[in-house]
Ligand binder design. Structure first.
Ligand code: MN
Ligand code: MN
Length: 455
């Protein structure tokens, strides 16, 4: 592990936040670091709060390569092969510290070594070189020592003037190496810096890849790390939705699902509320008794009425891992009307990706055996034009509906309009720590996540 050269952030512990927008800002950060002992870096356009261990990092500070001709170079993390690429040190190279990778034409930066611990996420800082036109690049992974490669997530486009953060959800176990490829083929040059790769910590259902590799229900990304080994972020991939389950609170952290007309039929509501028998028996769960006479509804996150094609699908929504204690005025009021609205949109042929969950604070209450009661409930709804679309189809004009509703009958009327509770996705990310739509281009996320729906 290599410490960043210009500040005192420690890799591998706490919040990693080292994006620097320009050499001038780098200098300011360095000066602040000297003045205060340690400075927080600028946050990126993609406001991921990294808390996982950064197990490989590469900031290019240790290497020297001044010509584009293909050659190997020894860097802090190991040997890399740079083709039509060099290590830039000029004032036109956008960088943190004094060096960054620079690629032209169809060049690439390729790891000449393998990681044995897989990869969870990869973050990479990128920018256009100097005043060059923007470039398009992609991250590729190989699980057979470089024999064959597969692209991870979507291609990204550089901007001039400042490093931006690209985040890729990989979730692949075992032997893996990466390559960063310039894809547009043009003579314009791009800079790459601060590559950080986290360990793979387990995935659900044996799935791999990005959000879409885990399930169609997480096509737009995994909102926060979840795994088959974390009791407070237990990833359960079901046929009809994906849940990150928190056994400390006995409710989901989030539930994510796809909705389109193919899920809508005429099956009756099964009403078979029960603990989730697909979870390990060692994980604490809520019981029906916890909800009984509590004053709170058993509030579905993925609604029963979104799954009416088969009795099996409908029954799956009645697992208590898909529920939170929900105030009746919320659950049966604006929350339910918004659920209806989503199905009406789906029936017009649209593709919806929906994430819902609870919001907690230090004042949150508890029921029964330790079932936490959220202060609010949130929902994020992305409306795509056609069934089968994914992250690449989300654009700056894509409709994204986000709401946060109070979870106390005294704070919300059963007749209130759901539109009154609209917020930005950024506002929900700020209180939950999640990163929604994480497989969508960060530049697009920045636009759609800051906007409040007004349709
Ligand atoms: Mn409900
Ligand atoms: Mn996001």
């Amino acid at each position: 592990m290599t410490p960043n050269s210009h500040s005192c952030h420690l890799w591998g512990s706490g919040r990693v936040s080292w994006w620097v927008p320009s050499p001038i800002a780098a200098l300011i950060v360095a000066l602040l670091a000297v003045a205060s002992g340690c400075a927080e870096g600028m946050s990126a356009d993609d406001e991921t709060t990294e808390t996982t261990t950064v197990s490989t990092s590469e900031n290019f500070e240790a290497g020297t390569k001044t010509i584009y001709t293909a050659a190997a170079v020894t860097l802090g993390s190991g040997t890399w092969n740079l083709t039509d690429a060099l290590i830039g040190t000029t004032s036109s190279d956008v960088k943190a510290g004094v060096k960054s990778g620079r690629i032209r034409n169809s060049g690439h930066l390729t790891m000449g070594f393998d990681r044995s611990t897989g990869a969870g996420t990869v973050t990479i800082h990128h920018a256009s070189f100097g005043s060059d036109a923007s470039g398009t690049w992609g991250l590729f992974a190989s699980q057979n020592r470089g024999t064959s490669w597969a692209q991870v997530g979507t291609s990204r486009t550089t901007r001039s003037g400042a490093l931006a953060t690209a985040t890729f959800t990989v979730n692949l176990a075992g032997t893996i190496r990466f390559e960063i490829r310039k894809l547009d083929g043009g003579a314009n040059r791009i800079n790459i810096d601060d590559i950080a790769i986290t360990n793979f910590t387990g995935g659900g259902g044996g799935g791999g890849g990005s959000g879409s590799g885990v399930s169609v229900h997480t096509t737009l990304g995994i909102p926060s790390p979840a795994s088959a080994t974390d009791p407070n972020a237990f990833l359960s991939v079901k046929a009809d939705y994906v849940v990150s389950y928190n056994s400390g609170r006995k409710v989901p952290n989030w539930v994510s699902w796809e909705l389109n007309s193919s899920y809508l039929g005429s099956v009756a509501r099964q009403d078979d509320f029960r603990p989730d028998d697909t979870l390990p028996s060692t994980l604490p769960q809520a019981s029906l008794a916890d909800y009984m006479n509590s004053g709170f509804d058993r509030g579905h996150m993925c609604p029963s009425a979104d799954r009416t094609l088969t009795t099996t699908a409908n029954s799956q929504t009645f697992y208590l891992t898909n529920m939170v204690p929900q105030a009746g005025n919320n659950n049966r009021g604006p929350w339910a009307v918004l659920e209806d609205e989503c199905r009406a949109i789906a029936q017009t042929g649209k593709e919806l990706f929906i994430i819902a969950g609870p919001v907690f604070s230090s004042k949150s209450g508890m029921l029964g055996s330790g079932l936490s009661v959220p202060d609010k409930t949130f929902k994020v709804i992305v409306v795509l034009d056609a069934v089968g679309q994914g992250p690449a189809n989300v654009t700056a004009s894509t409709r994204v509906i986000a709401v946060m509703m109070p979870n106390a009958d005294s704070q919300i009327s059963v007749t209130a309009d759901w539109r009154n509770f609209r917020v930005s996705v950024d506002a929900i990310e700020a209180v939950t720590g999640d990163d929604f739509l994480s497989d969508v281009d960060p530049a697009v996320q920045a636009v759609v996540e800051a906007r409040v729906d007004s349709q």
